[in-house]
Design a protein around this ligand. Structure first.
Ligand code: PLP
Length: 403
């Protein structure tokens, strides 16, 4: 028997885990599954802006060769300007690495940093790739709680209490996946102070920074101090609905002077994978400049905003379900009354729902949430589909009594 590497022990990514596979099997049998499980905008009719597609086609002939390992100058310059517009100081072209999506850069950031047993503070709930990347890199993910009673903001006491001599950094996901919360500047400021006190790196995942509702402002954490090393992540997958193009970037800023060796490590990993997908690098400049079509989608009459409102209203009208209204991204993380429905295992609940109603959600434990009392909804389907799906969920819960 050929065994997989033990490095994969305890590495999980439930968003595409066993229940997802079960849904695929049902699809192969001819069933239609309503998918509220993956944050992939294009299949739901959220097209990549035309100018991006056009630019990629125009540049395809120029994109045949490898680029600089860190990425095309024009793409990095556009990212640099974007960071300057968010008040992040002292970002140079060389502080930016373009990757095959943020996913690749998250893993590279952990692999370049961690020795066995080094700890990284990660939110609970989290986007699970962070936890998986720390584990795969030999590190120990340590989860700090986010508090549902306080709009899912991080519990700062819990965060600070969990710092040890092995802690290397703090991950912030803002706007958050799976809760949809957006952190105000005073919350970010306090996290930055913790990082300053304990000399920790801040990894700020800001991939949803343009998907904001109700006039909510987004603050880039890296703008808040010169005394902390920041790695800030974003890309084309969500703000520009171009997840398949695999284009993302990481920006290194702040106290770079203390991180020469780490930055060399990151550059070495970037070189080893030669470069990221060249055609998509060519469109980064076009994407970041000028008219931003995402802004229309989040206006009161915009499609994303209407879907958020319908999904939230429908969900919270179901007896036994409560939810913090999201301010950003396209996810909700509702709470379900586990006593009322006798839910002991959230994976079983999601599986029962899939089999009974042909609807696919992801269980809260898939986001490193320790209790079986949450699940994640992706509200990318149309208002009509969301209405129909939430009605089915309500009907299912009328009689559901665990299993
Ligand atoms: N970070 C967060 C918080 C995400 O939700 C996702 C994708 O869902 C990613 C990173 C990965 O994005 P990419 O498509 O750039 O790899």
């Amino acid at each position: 028997m050929i065994q997989r590497s033990s490095r994969l022990d305890n590495v999980f990514y439930e968003i595409r885990g066993p229940i997802f596979e079960k849904a695929q099997e049902l699809e192969r049998q001819g069933y239609k599954i309503t998918k509220l499980n993956i944050g992939n905008p294009a299949p739901f009719g959220f097209d990549t802006p035309d100018e991006i597609i056009h630019d990629m086609i125009l540049n395809l002939r120029n994109a045949q060769g490898y680029t600089d390992s860190k990425g095309l100058f024009a793409a990095r310059k556009a990212v640099m300007h974007y960071m300057q517009s968010k008040s992040v100081r002292d970002v140079q072209i060389d502080d930016i690495i373009i990757g095959n999506g943020v996913s690749e850069l998250i893993l590279m950031s952990m692999q370049a940093l961690l020795n066995n047993g080094d700890e990284i503070l990660i939110p609970s709930p989290d986007y699970p790739l962070w936890t998986a990347s720390v584990t795969l890199s030999g590190g120990k993910p340590v989860h700090y709680l986010c508090d549902e009673q306080s709009d899912w903001y991080p519990d700062l006491e819990d965060m600070e209490r969990k710092i040890t001599s092995r802690t290397k950094g703090i991950v912030i996901i803002n706007p958050n996946n799976p809760t949809g919360t957006v952190y105000p500047s005073d919350v970010l400021q306090k996290i930055v102070q913790i990082a300053e006190r304990h000399k920790l790196i801040i990894f700020s995942d800001e991939i949803y920074d343009k998907i904001l509702y109700d006039d909510t402002a987004h603050f880039s954490t890296a703008a808040l101090s010169d005394d902390v090393l920041f790695l800030t992540y974003s890309g084309l997958s969500k703000n520009y609905r171009a997840a398949g193009f695999r284009a993302g970037w990481v920006v290194i800023s702040g106290k770079k002077s203390i991180a020469k060796s780490y930055i060399e490590g990151l550059n070495a990993l970037a070189s080893m994978r030669l470069c990221s997908n060249a055609p998509s690098q060519f469109v980064i400049q076009t994407a970041l400049g000028g008219y931003q079509s995402i802004n229309d989608l989040v206006l009161p009459k915009g499609r994303l905003r209407r879907q958020r409102d319908v999904c939230y209203d429908k969900l919270t009208s179901i007896p036994g379900i409560t939810c913090v209204k999201p301010k950003g991204a396209f996810y909700m993380f509702p709470k379900i009354d586990v006593k009322k429905f006798n839910i002991l295992d959230d994976q079983q609940f999601i599986l029962d729902l899939l089999i009974d109603q042909r609807m696919l959600l992801v269980q809260g434990s898939g986001f490193n949430w320790s209790k079986p009392d949450h699940f994640r909804v992706v509200y990318l389907p149309t208002v009509e589909e969301l209405n129909e799906t939430m009605d089915k969920l309500a009907l299912f819960l009328e009689t559901y009594k665990g299993s």
